[in-house]
Design a protein around this ligand. Sequence first.
Ligand code: NAG
Ligand code: NAG
Ligand code: NAG
Ligand code: NAG
Length: 568
Amino acid sequence: MCRILPKYGLVFFLLALFGFIFLLRNISHVETWNCQTFSTLYQLQNKIHSSFVSVSLPAFHHNSTFCVQLGQKASPEDELEERFLLDSIAWPSPPPAAATPRIRQTSDPVHSFFNILPSREGRGWHVGDQLEVLVQIRDFQGHPKHYGGDFLLARLHSPELGAGVAGAVLDHRNGFYSALFPLLWEGPAQVEVTLVHPSEAVAVLQRLREERPDRVFFKSLFRLGFLSETTVCNMCLPSDEQQPLCNYTDLYTGEPWFCYKPKILSCDTRINHFKGGYLKHLITNKEALLFQSGVNLKVPLRASGSDRIDVLPQRDKAEEEAGSLKPEQLHLSPSGYYYRELWRPLNGPTTRQFNQLSTTQCLKNKVINMYGDSTVRQWFEYLISAVPELKEFNLSSPKNVGPFMAVDTTHNILVRYRCHGPPIRFSTVLSSELRYISNELDGLSGGPNTVVVLSIWAHFSTFPVEVYIRRLRHIRRAVVRLMDRAPGTLVVIRSANLQLLDQEVSLYNSDWFSLQLDATLKAMFKGLNVLMVDAWQMTAAHHLPHALHPPPAIVGNMIDVLLSYICP
Ligand SMILES: *[C@@H]1O[C@H](CO)[C@@H](O)[C@H](O)[C@H]1NC(C)=O
Ligand SMILES: *[C@@H]1O[C@H](CO)[C@@H](O)[C@H](O)[C@H]1NC(C)=O
Ligand SMILES: *[C@@H]1O[C@H](CO)[C@@H](O)[C@H](O)[C@H]1NC(C)=O
Ligand SMILES: *[C@@H]1O[C@H](CO)[C@@H](O)[C@H](O)[C@H]1NC(C)=O
Protein backbone atom coordinates (compact mmCIF):
# COMPACT_ATOMS: atom_id res chain seq x y z
CA MET A 1 0.00 0.00 0.00
CA CYS A 2 2.82 2.34 0.83
CA ARG A 3 4.34 1.91 -2.61
CA ILE A 4 1.16 2.81 -4.48
CA LEU A 5 0.41 5.68 -2.20
CA PRO A 6 2.35 8.41 -4.06
CA LYS A 7 0.44 7.70 -7.24
CA TYR A 8 -3.02 7.35 -5.76
CA GLY A 9 -2.31 9.43 -2.71
CA LEU A 10 -4.98 12.02 -3.36
CA VAL A 11 -7.64 9.42 -4.17
CA PHE A 12 -6.84 7.52 -1.02
CA PHE A 13 -6.86 10.61 1.03
CA LEU A 14 -10.31 11.62 -0.21
CA LEU A 15 -11.60 8.10 0.27
CA ALA A 16 -10.17 8.09 3.77
CA LEU A 17 -11.75 11.42 4.56
CA PHE A 18 -15.07 10.27 3.19
CA GLY A 19 -14.87 6.99 5.09
CA PHE A 20 -13.90 8.77 8.24
CA ILE A 21 -16.77 11.26 8.13
CA PHE A 22 -19.15 8.49 7.19
CA LEU A 23 -18.00 6.34 10.06
CA LEU A 24 -18.26 9.07 12.58
CA ARG A 25 -21.79 9.84 11.44
CA ASN A 26 -23.23 6.62 12.65
CA ILE A 27 -20.81 4.42 14.45
CA SER A 28 -23.40 1.98 15.69
CA HIS A 29 -24.08 0.90 12.13
CA VAL A 30 -20.63 -0.62 11.98
CA GLU A 31 -21.75 -3.76 13.72
CA THR A 32 -24.28 -4.59 11.04
CA TRP A 33 -21.99 -4.04 8.10
CA ASN A 34 -21.06 -7.02 6.06
CA CYS A 35 -17.63 -8.16 5.03
CA GLN A 36 -17.88 -6.68 1.59
CA THR A 37 -18.27 -3.20 2.95
CA PHE A 38 -15.16 -3.85 4.94
CA SER A 39 -13.06 -5.07 2.09
CA THR A 40 -13.76 -1.77 0.37
CA LEU A 41 -12.82 0.12 3.46
CA TYR A 42 -9.87 -2.08 4.28
CA GLN A 43 -7.45 0.05 2.32
CA LEU A 44 -8.55 3.11 4.18
CA GLN A 45 -7.99 1.56 7.49
CA ASN A 46 -4.28 2.13 7.94
CA LYS A 47 -4.71 5.71 6.91
CA ILE A 48 -7.51 6.29 9.40
CA HIS A 49 -5.78 4.31 12.06
CA SER A 50 -2.59 6.30 11.86
CA SER A 51 -4.40 9.43 12.89
CA PHE A 52 -5.28 7.79 16.19
CA VAL A 53 -2.12 6.03 17.25
CA SER A 54 -0.44 9.01 18.78
CA VAL A 55 -3.04 9.23 21.56
CA SER A 56 -1.09 10.25 24.59
CA LEU A 57 -1.76 8.74 27.97
CA PRO A 58 -4.34 10.56 30.02
CA ALA A 59 -3.52 12.56 33.09
CA PHE A 60 -4.91 10.92 36.18
CA HIS A 61 -6.88 12.42 38.98
CA HIS A 62 -4.08 12.30 41.46
CA ASN A 63 -6.06 11.41 44.47
CA SER A 64 -6.38 8.22 46.34
CA THR A 65 -10.11 7.72 46.15
CA PHE A 66 -10.67 7.74 42.43
CA CYS A 67 -10.00 4.06 41.67
CA VAL A 68 -11.51 2.92 44.88
CA GLN A 69 -14.91 4.53 44.61
CA LEU A 70 -15.69 2.63 41.44
CA GLY A 71 -17.70 -0.53 41.57
CA GLN A 72 -20.46 -1.49 43.93
CA LYS A 73 -20.83 0.40 47.14
CA ALA A 74 -19.52 -1.56 50.08
CA SER A 75 -21.86 -2.54 52.92
CA PRO A 76 -21.29 -0.99 56.37
CA GLU A 77 -19.69 -4.26 57.58
CA ASP A 78 -17.39 -4.28 54.58
CA GLU A 79 -16.41 -0.70 55.25
CA LEU A 80 -15.69 -1.53 58.86
CA GLU A 81 -13.52 -4.46 57.87
CA GLU A 82 -11.74 -2.32 55.31
CA ARG A 83 -10.94 0.31 57.90
CA PHE A 84 -9.66 -2.36 60.26
CA LEU A 85 -7.48 -3.90 57.55
CA LEU A 86 -6.05 -0.56 56.47
CA ASP A 87 -5.31 0.34 60.09
CA SER A 88 -3.58 -2.96 60.65
CA ILE A 89 -1.17 -2.36 57.76
CA ALA A 90 -0.71 1.36 58.40
CA TRP A 91 2.96 2.21 57.90
CA PRO A 92 4.64 5.05 59.78
CA SER A 93 5.55 7.99 57.57
CA PRO A 94 8.66 10.06 58.13
CA PRO A 95 7.88 13.17 60.24
CA PRO A 96 6.83 16.27 58.24
CA ALA A 97 10.25 17.84 58.75
CA ALA A 98 11.76 14.89 56.88
CA ALA A 99 9.21 14.95 54.06
CA THR A 100 11.79 16.03 51.51
CA PRO A 101 14.92 14.61 53.04
CA ARG A 102 18.46 15.21 51.94
CA ILE A 103 19.92 11.89 50.92
CA ARG A 104 22.65 12.12 53.54
CA GLN A 105 20.00 12.22 56.25
CA THR A 106 18.29 9.03 55.06
CA SER A 107 18.85 5.48 56.29
CA ASP A 108 22.18 4.01 55.28
CA PRO A 109 22.80 0.28 55.67
CA VAL A 110 26.57 0.79 55.90
CA HIS A 111 26.29 2.95 59.02
CA SER A 112 23.48 0.85 60.49
CA PHE A 113 24.07 -2.36 62.45
CA PHE A 114 22.52 -4.98 64.64
CA ASN A 115 23.38 -6.67 67.92
CA ILE A 116 22.39 -10.05 69.24
CA LEU A 117 21.06 -9.43 72.75
CA PRO A 118 22.45 -11.70 75.46
CA SER A 119 20.47 -14.79 76.38
CA ARG A 120 18.24 -14.61 79.44
CA GLU A 121 20.30 -14.80 82.61
CA GLY A 122 23.29 -15.67 80.47
CA ARG A 123 22.31 -19.32 80.37
CA GLY A 124 22.78 -19.73 76.65
CA TRP A 125 20.18 -20.27 73.97
CA HIS A 126 18.08 -23.37 73.87
CA VAL A 127 15.61 -24.78 71.39
CA GLY A 128 12.25 -23.23 72.27
CA ASP A 129 13.73 -19.89 73.34
CA GLN A 130 13.35 -16.64 71.49
CA LEU A 131 16.36 -14.85 70.09
CA GLU A 132 16.22 -11.08 70.17
CA VAL A 133 18.28 -8.82 67.96
CA LEU A 134 18.41 -5.04 68.27
CA VAL A 135 18.82 -3.07 65.07
CA GLN A 136 19.96 0.53 65.00
CA ILE A 137 19.47 2.53 61.82
CA ARG A 138 21.77 5.43 61.07
CA ASP A 139 21.98 7.86 58.19
CA PHE A 140 24.79 8.41 55.67
CA GLN A 141 26.51 10.78 58.06
CA GLY A 142 26.48 8.14 60.76
CA HIS A 143 23.85 9.89 62.88
CA PRO A 144 21.22 7.70 64.52
CA LYS A 145 17.78 7.99 62.96
CA HIS A 146 15.03 9.19 65.26
CA TYR A 147 12.00 7.89 63.44
CA GLY A 148 10.90 4.51 62.11
CA GLY A 149 9.32 3.26 58.93
CA ASP A 150 12.33 1.49 57.43
CA PHE A 151 11.44 -1.78 55.75
CA LEU A 152 13.66 -4.51 57.17
CA LEU A 153 13.74 -8.26 56.65
CA ALA A 154 15.26 -10.63 59.19
CA ARG A 155 16.27 -14.24 58.85
CA LEU A 156 17.92 -16.79 61.10
CA HIS A 157 19.64 -19.54 59.21
CA SER A 158 22.18 -22.27 59.20
CA PRO A 159 23.82 -23.22 55.91
CA GLU A 160 25.29 -26.34 57.57
CA LEU A 161 21.85 -27.63 58.47
CA GLY A 162 19.90 -26.33 55.49
CA ALA A 163 17.83 -24.48 58.06
CA GLY A 164 16.17 -21.08 57.98
CA VAL A 165 13.33 -19.16 59.55
CA ALA A 166 11.93 -15.68 58.99
CA GLY A 167 12.09 -13.26 61.89
CA ALA A 168 9.48 -10.77 63.05
CA VAL A 169 10.58 -7.14 62.92
CA LEU A 170 9.20 -4.66 65.45
CA ASP A 171 9.54 -0.98 64.67
CA HIS A 172 10.13 1.05 67.84
CA ARG A 173 9.66 4.20 65.76
CA ASN A 174 12.79 5.83 67.09
CA GLY A 175 15.42 4.41 64.77
CA PHE A 176 15.58 1.15 66.71
CA TYR A 177 14.03 -2.12 65.63
CA SER A 178 13.83 -5.54 67.23
CA ALA A 179 14.09 -8.70 65.20
CA LEU A 180 12.71 -11.74 66.98
CA PHE A 181 13.32 -15.36 66.09
CA PRO A 182 12.02 -18.56 67.61
CA LEU A 183 14.85 -21.05 68.08
CA LEU A 184 13.67 -24.18 66.34
CA TRP A 185 16.78 -26.25 65.74
CA GLU A 186 19.80 -27.31 67.68
CA GLY A 187 23.20 -26.23 66.43
CA PRO A 188 24.60 -23.19 64.71
CA ALA A 189 22.37 -20.26 63.72
CA GLN A 190 23.29 -17.04 62.00
CA VAL A 191 21.38 -13.76 61.91
CA GLU A 192 20.79 -11.80 58.74
CA VAL A 193 19.09 -8.38 58.70
CA THR A 194 18.43 -6.63 55.40
CA LEU A 195 17.34 -3.08 54.72
CA VAL A 196 14.89 -3.46 51.86
CA HIS A 197 13.97 0.24 51.69
CA PRO A 198 14.78 3.24 53.85
CA SER A 199 11.66 4.82 55.37
CA GLU A 200 12.04 7.77 53.00
CA ALA A 201 11.79 5.40 50.02
CA VAL A 202 8.70 3.71 51.48
CA ALA A 203 7.07 7.15 51.62
CA VAL A 204 7.70 7.52 47.88
CA LEU A 205 6.19 4.08 47.20
CA GLN A 206 3.20 4.90 49.33
CA ARG A 207 2.59 8.06 47.35
CA LEU A 208 2.94 6.23 44.02
CA ARG A 209 0.50 3.58 45.13
CA GLU A 210 -2.18 6.10 46.05
CA GLU A 211 -1.65 8.57 43.24
CA ARG A 212 -0.38 6.65 40.25
CA PRO A 213 -2.50 3.54 39.70
CA ASP A 214 -1.80 4.21 36.04
CA ARG A 215 1.91 3.47 36.33
CA VAL A 216 1.30 0.13 34.73
CA PHE A 217 -1.21 0.64 31.95
CA PHE A 218 -3.14 -1.77 29.82
CA LYS A 219 -4.51 -1.86 26.30
CA SER A 220 -7.12 -3.66 24.31
CA LEU A 221 -7.39 -4.39 20.64
CA PHE A 222 -10.78 -3.83 19.06
CA ARG A 223 -11.46 -5.45 15.73
CA LEU A 224 -14.30 -5.95 13.34
CA GLY A 225 -13.58 -7.41 9.95
CA PHE A 226 -10.44 -5.69 8.74
CA LEU A 227 -10.88 -2.67 10.92
CA SER A 228 -8.92 -2.55 14.13
CA GLU A 229 -8.11 -0.05 16.83
CA THR A 230 -6.20 -0.15 20.08
CA THR A 231 -7.03 1.91 23.14
CA VAL A 232 -5.77 2.33 26.70
CA CYS A 233 -7.57 0.47 29.50
CA ASN A 234 -7.43 0.41 33.28
CA MET A 235 -9.46 -0.08 36.37
CA CYS A 236 -10.09 3.62 36.46
CA LEU A 237 -9.68 6.09 33.62
CA PRO A 238 -10.44 9.79 33.57
CA SER A 239 -12.99 10.51 30.91
CA ASP A 240 -14.72 13.47 29.34
CA GLU A 241 -16.73 14.15 26.20
CA GLN A 242 -13.67 13.86 23.96
CA GLN A 243 -12.70 10.58 25.51
CA PRO A 244 -15.76 8.43 26.19
CA LEU A 245 -15.26 5.07 27.89
CA CYS A 246 -16.27 1.51 27.32
CA ASN A 247 -17.51 0.13 30.61
CA TYR A 248 -16.54 -3.51 31.16
CA THR A 249 -17.57 -3.57 34.79
CA ASP A 250 -18.35 -7.17 35.70
CA LEU A 251 -22.07 -7.68 36.09
CA TYR A 252 -21.80 -10.29 38.84
CA THR A 253 -19.15 -8.81 41.07
CA GLY A 254 -19.24 -5.16 40.07
CA GLU A 255 -15.46 -5.26 39.55
CA PRO A 256 -14.74 -2.16 37.46
CA TRP A 257 -12.76 -2.17 34.22
CA PHE A 258 -12.70 0.42 31.48
CA CYS A 259 -11.15 1.13 28.10
CA TYR A 260 -11.27 4.29 26.09
CA LYS A 261 -13.87 3.85 23.45
CA PRO A 262 -12.35 3.28 20.03
CA LYS A 263 -13.02 6.14 17.65
CA ILE A 264 -14.81 3.98 15.12
CA LEU A 265 -15.57 0.58 16.48
CA SER A 266 -18.07 -0.20 19.18
CA CYS A 267 -17.25 -1.41 22.69
CA ASP A 268 -18.52 -4.89 21.77
CA THR A 269 -15.63 -5.45 19.40
CA ARG A 270 -12.97 -5.82 22.10
CA ILE A 271 -10.78 -8.77 21.15
CA ASN A 272 -8.12 -8.93 23.81
CA HIS A 273 -6.33 -7.39 26.76
CA PHE A 274 -2.62 -6.83 27.19
CA LYS A 275 -0.09 -4.95 29.22
CA GLY A 276 0.45 -1.57 27.59
CA GLY A 277 3.61 -0.77 29.46
CA TYR A 278 5.18 0.90 32.46
CA LEU A 279 5.11 4.67 32.85
CA LYS A 280 8.54 6.23 33.19
CA HIS A 281 9.80 9.30 35.04
CA LEU A 282 7.63 8.62 38.06
CA ILE A 283 10.12 9.98 40.55
CA THR A 284 12.50 12.92 40.72
CA ASN A 285 16.26 12.53 40.44
CA LYS A 286 16.49 13.22 44.13
CA GLU A 287 13.99 10.49 44.94
CA ALA A 288 15.87 8.11 42.69
CA LEU A 289 18.79 8.29 45.14
CA LEU A 290 16.59 6.45 47.64
CA PHE A 291 16.46 3.41 45.38
CA GLN A 292 20.05 2.51 44.59
CA SER A 293 20.98 -1.12 44.19
CA GLY A 294 23.96 -1.96 46.37
CA VAL A 295 23.53 1.27 48.35
CA ASN A 296 20.14 1.37 50.04
CA LEU A 297 18.02 -1.19 48.22
CA LYS A 298 17.96 -4.69 49.74
CA VAL A 299 21.34 -4.35 51.40
CA PRO A 300 22.34 -6.51 54.40
CA LEU A 301 23.36 -4.78 57.62
CA ARG A 302 26.51 -5.72 59.47
CA ALA A 303 26.55 -7.11 62.96
CA SER A 304 28.27 -5.23 65.72
CA GLY A 305 29.77 -8.24 67.43
CA SER A 306 28.99 -11.76 66.36
CA ASP A 307 26.08 -12.63 64.10
CA ARG A 308 26.15 -16.28 65.17
CA ILE A 309 24.93 -18.27 68.11
CA ASP A 310 24.96 -21.91 69.02
CA VAL A 311 21.60 -23.30 70.01
CA LEU A 312 21.60 -25.93 72.77
CA PRO A 313 19.07 -28.72 73.13
CA GLN A 314 15.68 -27.97 74.63
CA ARG A 315 15.80 -27.38 78.38
CA ASP A 316 14.38 -30.03 80.65
CA LYS A 317 10.86 -29.49 81.93
CA ALA A 318 11.62 -27.77 85.25
CA GLU A 319 14.19 -25.49 83.74
CA GLU A 320 11.85 -24.67 80.90
CA GLU A 321 9.13 -23.52 83.27
CA ALA A 322 11.57 -21.04 84.72
CA GLY A 323 13.49 -19.95 81.69
CA SER A 324 11.79 -20.06 78.37
CA LEU A 325 9.10 -17.89 76.93
CA LYS A 326 5.46 -18.77 77.05
CA PRO A 327 3.84 -18.98 73.61
CA GLU A 328 1.98 -15.70 74.15
CA GLN A 329 5.29 -13.97 74.76
CA LEU A 330 6.49 -14.90 71.31
CA HIS A 331 5.86 -11.96 69.06
CA LEU A 332 5.74 -14.00 65.93
CA SER A 333 4.34 -17.36 65.21
CA PRO A 334 6.32 -18.31 62.16
CA SER A 335 4.28 -20.48 59.85
CA GLY A 336 7.20 -22.82 59.38
CA TYR A 337 10.93 -23.17 58.88
CA TYR A 338 13.42 -25.01 56.73
CA TYR A 339 15.38 -27.88 58.14
CA ARG A 340 17.57 -30.03 55.90
CA GLU A 341 16.22 -27.91 53.02
CA LEU A 342 12.66 -29.07 53.71
CA TRP A 343 9.88 -26.76 54.77
CA ARG A 344 8.25 -27.79 58.03
CA PRO A 345 5.01 -25.94 58.74
CA LEU A 346 4.48 -25.27 62.43
CA ASN A 347 0.73 -25.50 62.29
CA GLY A 348 -1.10 -27.82 59.97
CA PRO A 349 -0.13 -31.28 58.81
CA THR A 350 3.53 -32.23 58.72
CA THR A 351 4.93 -31.91 55.26
CA ARG A 352 5.85 -35.13 53.56
CA GLN A 353 8.13 -35.34 50.59
CA PHE A 354 6.33 -36.52 47.50
CA ASN A 355 7.91 -38.34 44.61
CA GLN A 356 6.36 -39.11 41.25
CA LEU A 357 4.58 -42.23 42.54
CA SER A 358 3.19 -40.73 45.73
CA THR A 359 2.11 -37.59 43.88
CA THR A 360 0.08 -39.70 41.48
CA GLN A 361 -1.36 -41.70 44.38
CA CYS A 362 -2.28 -38.49 46.17
CA LEU A 363 -3.93 -36.86 43.16
CA LYS A 364 -5.84 -39.94 42.03
CA ASN A 365 -9.47 -39.07 41.14
CA LYS A 366 -8.86 -35.40 41.91
CA VAL A 367 -9.57 -32.26 39.95
CA ILE A 368 -7.13 -29.48 40.80
CA ASN A 369 -8.26 -26.01 39.69
CA MET A 370 -5.59 -23.35 39.87
CA TYR A 371 -6.55 -19.72 39.44
CA GLY A 372 -4.36 -16.70 39.59
CA ASP A 373 -1.11 -15.17 38.48
CA SER A 374 2.08 -16.69 37.11
CA THR A 375 3.27 -17.71 40.57
CA VAL A 376 0.62 -20.44 40.66
CA ARG A 377 1.12 -21.21 37.00
CA GLN A 378 4.57 -22.26 38.19
CA TRP A 379 2.86 -24.92 40.30
CA PHE A 380 1.03 -26.22 37.26
CA GLU A 381 4.30 -26.36 35.34
CA TYR A 382 6.07 -28.03 38.25
CA LEU A 383 3.40 -30.72 38.57
CA ILE A 384 3.37 -31.64 34.90
CA SER A 385 7.14 -31.86 34.81
CA ALA A 386 7.27 -33.92 38.02
CA VAL A 387 4.60 -36.38 36.91
CA PRO A 388 5.09 -37.56 33.32
CA GLU A 389 1.72 -39.39 33.25
CA LEU A 390 0.10 -36.00 33.75
CA LYS A 391 -0.03 -34.98 30.10
CA GLU A 392 -0.68 -31.43 29.11
CA PHE A 393 -3.66 -31.19 26.80
CA ASN A 394 -3.03 -28.81 23.91
CA LEU A 395 -5.67 -26.11 24.20
CA SER A 396 -3.67 -23.95 21.77
CA SER A 397 -3.45 -21.31 24.48
CA PRO A 398 -0.85 -18.56 24.24
CA LYS A 399 2.41 -19.39 25.99
CA ASN A 400 2.54 -18.32 29.66
CA VAL A 401 -1.06 -17.12 29.51
CA GLY A 402 -3.28 -20.16 29.35
CA PRO A 403 -5.76 -21.48 30.14
CA PHE A 404 -3.89 -24.76 30.57
CA MET A 405 -5.05 -28.24 31.30
CA ALA A 406 -3.29 -31.53 32.05
CA VAL A 407 -4.82 -34.97 32.39
CA ASP A 408 -3.79 -38.39 33.56
CA THR A 409 -6.55 -40.63 32.25
CA THR A 410 -5.12 -43.73 33.94
CA HIS A 411 -5.45 -42.26 37.40
CA ASN A 412 -8.31 -39.94 36.61
CA ILE A 413 -6.46 -36.72 37.43
CA LEU A 414 -7.29 -33.33 35.97
CA VAL A 415 -5.21 -30.21 36.62
CA ARG A 416 -6.26 -26.85 35.25
CA TYR A 417 -4.83 -23.36 35.34
CA ARG A 418 -6.51 -20.10 34.45
CA CYS A 419 -5.31 -16.54 35.04
CA HIS A 420 -7.30 -14.14 37.21
CA GLY A 421 -9.30 -11.25 35.80
CA PRO A 422 -7.93 -7.78 35.13
CA PRO A 423 -5.71 -6.12 36.23
CA ILE A 424 -3.43 -8.73 34.69
CA ARG A 425 -0.15 -7.82 33.03
CA PHE A 426 0.12 -10.89 30.83
CA SER A 427 1.17 -10.44 27.23
CA THR A 428 -2.17 -10.99 25.51
CA VAL A 429 -5.31 -12.49 26.99
CA LEU A 430 -8.38 -12.89 24.79
CA SER A 431 -11.36 -10.94 26.12
CA SER A 432 -13.29 -14.18 26.15
CA GLU A 433 -10.72 -15.64 28.55
CA LEU A 434 -10.77 -12.70 30.97
CA ARG A 435 -12.58 -14.23 33.91
CA TYR A 436 -12.86 -13.22 37.53
CA ILE A 437 -11.95 -15.92 40.03
CA SER A 438 -15.16 -15.47 42.01
CA ASN A 439 -17.27 -16.10 38.90
CA GLU A 440 -15.20 -19.17 38.05
CA LEU A 441 -15.69 -20.52 41.57
CA ASP A 442 -19.43 -20.01 41.24
CA GLY A 443 -19.27 -22.31 38.23
CA LEU A 444 -17.61 -25.18 40.12
CA SER A 445 -19.65 -28.02 41.53
CA GLY A 446 -16.87 -28.81 44.02
CA GLY A 447 -16.79 -31.67 46.47
CA PRO A 448 -14.23 -33.81 48.28
CA ASN A 449 -12.36 -34.55 45.06
CA THR A 450 -12.05 -30.92 44.08
CA VAL A 451 -9.06 -28.83 45.04
CA VAL A 452 -9.00 -25.09 44.40
CA VAL A 453 -5.69 -23.26 44.47
CA LEU A 454 -5.64 -19.47 44.41
CA SER A 455 -2.80 -17.01 43.99
CA ILE A 456 -3.67 -13.39 43.48
CA TRP A 457 -1.29 -10.60 44.47
CA ALA A 458 1.45 -9.65 42.00
CA HIS A 459 -0.71 -7.67 39.59
CA PHE A 460 -2.30 -5.56 42.32
CA SER A 461 0.84 -3.81 43.56
CA THR A 462 0.23 -0.68 41.49
CA PHE A 463 -3.22 -0.05 42.99
CA PRO A 464 -4.40 1.26 46.35
CA VAL A 465 -4.95 -1.61 48.82
CA GLU A 466 -8.71 -0.95 48.78
CA VAL A 467 -8.78 -2.32 45.24
CA TYR A 468 -7.21 -5.56 46.48
CA ILE A 469 -9.54 -5.76 49.46
CA ARG A 470 -12.53 -5.44 47.16
CA ARG A 471 -11.25 -8.22 44.90
CA LEU A 472 -10.54 -10.55 47.82
CA ARG A 473 -13.93 -9.83 49.31
CA HIS A 474 -15.58 -11.10 46.11
CA ILE A 475 -13.36 -14.16 46.03
CA ARG A 476 -13.94 -14.87 49.70
CA ARG A 477 -17.72 -14.76 49.22
CA ALA A 478 -17.44 -17.19 46.32
CA VAL A 479 -15.21 -19.48 48.44
CA VAL A 480 -17.78 -19.48 51.23
CA ARG A 481 -20.59 -20.24 48.75
CA LEU A 482 -18.52 -23.08 47.30
CA MET A 483 -17.81 -24.64 50.69
CA ASP A 484 -21.44 -24.29 51.71
CA ARG A 485 -22.81 -26.06 48.67
CA ALA A 486 -19.98 -28.58 48.37
CA PRO A 487 -18.48 -29.34 51.77
CA GLY A 488 -15.16 -31.10 51.53
CA THR A 489 -13.85 -28.90 48.75
CA LEU A 490 -10.26 -28.09 49.60
CA VAL A 491 -9.24 -24.47 49.08
CA VAL A 492 -5.55 -23.61 49.24
CA ILE A 493 -4.21 -20.09 48.97
CA ARG A 494 -0.69 -19.29 47.92
CA SER A 495 0.44 -16.00 49.46
CA ALA A 496 2.75 -13.35 48.00
CA ASN A 497 6.50 -13.83 47.84
CA LEU A 498 9.65 -11.72 47.91
CA GLN A 499 11.31 -10.80 44.66
CA LEU A 500 14.48 -9.45 43.11
CA LEU A 501 14.40 -5.66 43.27
CA ASP A 502 16.20 -2.92 41.46
CA GLN A 503 15.15 0.70 41.19
CA GLU A 504 12.73 0.19 38.33
CA VAL A 505 11.13 -2.97 39.67
CA SER A 506 10.70 -1.30 43.05
CA LEU A 507 8.44 1.41 41.71
CA TYR A 508 5.94 -1.12 40.35
CA ASN A 509 6.51 -4.31 42.32
CA SER A 510 8.41 -3.56 45.49
CA ASP A 511 8.30 -6.16 48.25
CA TRP A 512 6.81 -3.38 50.34
CA PHE A 513 3.68 -3.41 48.16
CA SER A 514 3.63 -7.21 48.32
CA LEU A 515 4.03 -7.19 52.09
CA GLN A 516 1.00 -4.98 52.47
CA LEU A 517 -1.06 -7.16 50.15
CA ASP A 518 0.18 -10.31 51.85
CA ALA A 519 -0.85 -9.10 55.30
CA THR A 520 -4.26 -8.14 53.89
CA LEU A 521 -4.71 -11.52 52.23
CA LYS A 522 -3.79 -13.47 55.36
CA ALA A 523 -6.08 -11.35 57.53
CA MET A 524 -9.03 -11.67 55.17
CA PHE A 525 -8.91 -15.46 54.97
CA LYS A 526 -8.11 -16.00 58.63
CA GLY A 527 -10.69 -18.15 60.38
CA LEU A 528 -12.01 -19.52 57.12
CA ASN A 529 -11.66 -23.18 56.32
CA VAL A 530 -8.91 -22.54 53.78
CA LEU A 531 -5.27 -23.57 53.89
CA MET A 532 -2.45 -21.16 53.35
CA VAL A 533 0.88 -21.88 51.68
CA ASP A 534 2.99 -19.12 53.18
CA ALA A 535 5.08 -18.21 50.16
CA TRP A 536 6.21 -15.04 51.93
CA GLN A 537 7.94 -16.86 54.76
CA MET A 538 9.03 -19.68 52.48
CA THR A 539 10.98 -17.20 50.36
CA ALA A 540 12.07 -15.05 53.32
CA ALA A 541 13.53 -18.04 55.16
CA HIS A 542 15.28 -19.65 52.18
CA HIS A 543 18.91 -19.07 51.27
CA LEU A 544 18.31 -18.73 47.52
CA PRO A 545 18.04 -15.20 46.12
CA HIS A 546 14.58 -13.65 46.01
CA ALA A 547 12.83 -14.01 42.68
CA LEU A 548 9.33 -13.19 41.46
CA HIS A 549 9.21 -16.79 40.26
CA PRO A 550 10.93 -18.68 43.05
CA PRO A 551 13.46 -21.34 42.01
CA PRO A 552 12.42 -25.04 41.78
CA ALA A 553 13.90 -25.81 45.22
CA ILE A 554 11.30 -23.53 46.78
CA VAL A 555 8.43 -24.42 44.42
CA GLY A 556 9.08 -28.10 45.19
CA ASN A 557 8.66 -27.37 48.87
CA MET A 558 5.43 -25.49 48.15
CA ILE A 559 4.10 -28.43 46.15
CA ASP A 560 4.99 -30.77 49.03
CA VAL A 561 2.97 -28.54 51.35
CA LEU A 562 0.06 -28.53 48.88
CA LEU A 563 0.14 -32.31 48.51
CA SER A 564 0.42 -32.74 52.28
CA TYR A 565 -2.75 -30.67 52.60
CA ILE A 566 -4.52 -32.77 49.96
CA CYS A 567 -3.26 -36.06 51.43
CA PRO A 568 -2.52 -35.46 55.12
C1 NAG B 1 -27.75 5.43 13.54
O1 NAG B 1 -28.14 4.06 13.57
C2 NAG B 1 -29.18 3.77 14.47
C3 NAG B 1 -29.41 2.26 14.53
O2 NAG B 1 -28.92 1.60 13.42
C4 NAG B 1 -30.42 4.56 14.04
O3 NAG B 1 -31.49 4.26 14.96
C5 NAG B 1 -30.10 6.04 14.10
O4 NAG B 1 -31.21 6.78 13.64
C6 NAG B 1 -28.88 6.34 13.21
N1 NAG B 1 -28.47 7.73 13.42
C7 NAG B 1 -28.11 8.55 12.44
C8 NAG B 1 -27.68 9.91 12.84
O5 NAG B 1 -28.08 8.17 11.29
C1 NAG C 1 -10.77 12.47 43.62
O1 NAG C 1 -11.14 12.51 42.26
C2 NAG C 1 -12.52 12.27 42.01
C3 NAG C 1 -12.74 12.25 40.52
O2 NAG C 1 -12.46 13.48 39.97
C4 NAG C 1 -13.36 13.31 42.74
O3 NAG C 1 -14.71 13.03 42.51
C5 NAG C 1 -13.06 13.25 44.22
O4 NAG C 1 -13.79 14.26 44.89
C6 NAG C 1 -11.57 13.44 44.46
N1 NAG C 1 -11.30 13.22 45.87
C7 NAG C 1 -10.51 14.00 46.59
C8 NAG C 1 -10.32 13.59 48.00
O5 NAG C 1 -9.93 14.97 46.11
C1 NAG D 1 -20.34 0.88 34.52
O1 NAG D 1 -21.29 -0.17 34.54
C2 NAG D 1 -21.72 -0.53 35.82
C3 NAG D 1 -22.56 -1.78 35.70
O2 NAG D 1 -23.40 -1.74 34.62
C4 NAG D 1 -22.44 0.64 36.46
O3 NAG D 1 -22.89 0.30 37.73
C5 NAG D 1 -21.47 1.82 36.53
O4 NAG D 1 -22.13 2.95 37.02
C6 NAG D 1 -20.88 2.12 35.18
N1 NAG D 1 -19.84 3.11 35.36
C7 NAG D 1 -19.65 4.15 34.57
C8 NAG D 1 -18.55 5.09 34.92
O5 NAG D 1 -20.33 4.32 33.58
C1 NAG E 1 -0.97 -27.08 19.80
O1 NAG E 1 -1.79 -27.13 18.68
C2 NAG E 1 -1.60 -26.07 17.77
C3 NAG E 1 -2.56 -26.23 16.62
O2 NAG E 1 -3.78 -26.70 17.02
C4 NAG E 1 -0.17 -26.05 17.26
O3 NAG E 1 0.02 -24.92 16.43
C5 NAG E 1 0.77 -25.97 18.44
O4 NAG E 1 2.11 -26.06 18.00
C6 NAG E 1 0.49 -27.08 19.43
N1 NAG E 1 1.33 -26.88 20.59
C7 NAG E 1 2.08 -27.83 21.12
C8 NAG E 1 2.86 -27.47 22.31
O5 NAG E 1 2.13 -28.94 20.64
